[in-house]
Design a protein around this ligand. Structure first.
Ligand code: CA
Length: 185
């Protein structure tokens, strides 16, 4: 009886320690509060798909900004051969959205700079809106890209993509976040 009591105390203490460790780790790496969408590509590719032609996109352990995985894009032939995410449903309400991601370019890649673009459809007309200025790439160093997407009236669809300025070259994306933002004046 006594032995069981001691065992239960040890088990309870271990459980408390495990919970404390887990919540502490999550708090340390959590994205901006109130984010509508985040991914760190640790659980897979999610809803990301190739944009424009057929670049290869896949979760990779070559480089990671968080955890051990990021999204690799290769086999590109045009600047817009990129990884894309349909954000039509995420930006349901009118307003502005802060979008951020991290990008890494490997040493042998010709990618010099990367920006973010949203393909929009408004009343049947397709448009391509640059939502983040190009950020210069540095070999094997993560750089952050930040921008603001303003949802227009009559928006029918929106697809976010991470777009290099160069038509060829492999690059990696990690830690994408979309959150409501005050409109830029
Ligand atoms: Ca990651």
């Amino acid at each position: 009886m006594k032995r069981i009591g001691i065992f239960m105390i040890i088990a309870a203490a271990a459980l408390v320690f495990a919970c404390a460790t887990t919540s502490g780790g999550a708090a340390g790496g959590s994205p901006a509060a109130g984010a509508l969408y985040t991914t760190d590509f640790e659980s897979g590719i999610g809803d990301w798909a190739p944009y424009g032609g057929s670049p290869t996109i896949e979760v990779s352990t070559d480089f990671a900004h968080s955890g051990t995985q990021s999204l690799k894009t290769a086999d590109r032939e045009q600047t817009w051969n990129a990884p894309a995410l349909d954000i039509t449903g995420l930006t349901f309400n009118a307003g502005a959205y802060a979008v951020t991601c991290w990008v890494l370019v490997p040493k042998d890649s010709p990618v010099s700079a990367v920006k973010m673009t949203v393909e929009t459809m408004v009343e049947g007309a397709k448009n391509w809106v640059q939502i983040a200025k190009p950020v210069e790439a540095e070999a094997e160093k993560w750089v952050q890209i930040t921008g603001t997407f303003v949802r227009q009236k009559g928006l029918e669809s929106a697809r976010l993509y991470v777009e290099p300025l160069d038509p060829e070259g492999t690059f990696y994306v990690d830690d994408v976040s979309i959150a409501p933002a005050p409109e830029e004046k």
